[in-house]
Design a binder for this molecule. Structure first.
Ligand code: KG4
Ligand code: ZN
Length: 342
């Protein structure tokens, strides 16, 4: 079979994405974000996200077809995120995908959002060398995956026990008065700070955690440590050393993320690493990952930021791999699975 053309729909959080791919070739990636509508709440409000998906879905479907220069009748299959994510938000994408599959008589594939974050790299760097390890870091997830086959064999090595890495960025930003989403603001402010200024804790790296939580993460203790540090200096005439707080917080996050990720590669004899999710845009994370991976003889792939954040092309890219393997389509009654495992 020649490379399959697949339309992918993503609506698990606050991005409404419709992408079209032909195998590993990106044809269109239309994304609408409701992030602005959540700013005043300091985080994603599920009901607001669902309504925004309803409004954006048809325009994004139209834009993707116009950008790709092909209509839905020309694709081989429709793929949709069936989890994990916000149930109400997922349902908008799933209902849309079912309607299209039925109306155009196309096979429908429900796929995993986390695996999509890995598959998307193929659109930029070509087919994934396997096995590989993937680090997914966003506002909703922080997971380490072992990918033996992108369509059929992805295993969870570890994940966050509490806050996601991006969530920690967002919460710390709020504590020190930076706007939501906080990641890019902390990234920028940290450039002028000293990463060694404040010794913030490194979650789940104590000797007692090394066995049981070797590939797991925890960021809520770090967030609390920043909160206590800030509280202790409230009313100080010098104000808060925002740049130093950002640099020191960021160093803790990136140190733990990269150390555990390289450890996971070495423990599994893997020479290729993919980093995805919104936090993959972080300058320090990219630099430290490159530095540590190159010292360990590991190749690092990080897709460009537009492909790292939630989008429909990642779902189409994974759908194309599923179709290529000749796997059976999902039934038309697929449901949203908010905590879908990989
Ligand atoms: O993947 P994404 O767009 O949405 C999901 O959460 O699924 O990721 C958004 C997260 C937010 O928490 C945001 O603060 C974080 O990614 N982020 C960053 C950077 N850019 C976005 N975190 C650290 N440094 C950045 N440059
Ligand atoms: Zn995501």
């Amino acid at each position: 079979m020649s490379e399959p053309k697949v339309l992918g729909i993503e609506s698990s959080c606050d991005e409404t994405g419709v992408g079209i791919v032909c195998g590993t070739e990106l044809l269109a990636n239309a994304v609408a974000s409701s992030v602005e509508e959540h700013v005043r709440f300091g985080g994603v409000v599920p009901e607001v996200a669902s309504r925004a998906h309803l409004q954006a879905m048809v325009p994004m479907l139209e834009k993707a077809q116009a950008d790709a220069g092909i209509g839905i009748e020309e694709v081989d299959a429709i793929a949709v995120t069936s989890g994990p994510g916000l149930t109400g938000a997922l349902l908008v994408g799933i209902a849309s995908a079912k309607a299209l599959a039925l109306a155009y008589d196309k096979p429908l594939y429900g796929v995993n959002h986390l695996v999509g974050h890995v598959a998307v790299d193929q659109l930029e760097h070509g087919r994934l060398p396997t096995p590989c390890v993937a680090l997914l870091v966003s506002g909703g997830h922080t997971s380490l995956l072992l990918v033996n086959d992108i369509a059929t064999d992805v295993r969870l090595l570890g994940e966050t026990m509490d806050d996601a890495a991006g969530e920690a960025y967002d919460k710390v930003a709020r504590l020190i008065g930076l706007p939501y989403p906080g990641g890019p603001h902390i990234d920028k402010a940290a450039a002028d700070g000293d990463p060694k200024a404040i010794a913030f804790p490194r979650g789940l790296t104590a000797p007692k955690d090394r066995e049981r939580y070797r590939f797991d993460f925890s960021f809520s203790g770090l967030k609390s440590a920043v909160a206590r540090w800030v509280e202790a200096r409230e009313g100080s005439p010098d104000g808060l050393p925002v740049a130093d707080i950002c640099a020191s917080f960021q160093e803790s996050v990136c140190d733990v993320l990269t150390a555990k990720t390289i450890d996971a590669c070495l423990a599994n004899g893997v020479e290729h690493l993919v980093i995805g999710g919104g936090v993959a845009a972080n300058g320090r994370l990219r630099a430290l990952a490159e530095e540590r991976a190159s010292a360990a003889g590991i190749e690092v792939r990080v897709p460009r930021p537009a492909l790292c954040t939630d989008n429909g092309a990642m779902i189409a890219a994974l759908g194309a791999e599923v179709v290529r393997r000749g796997l059976r389509p999902s039934a038309l009654d697929i449901a949203a699975d908010s905590s879908m495992p990989v």
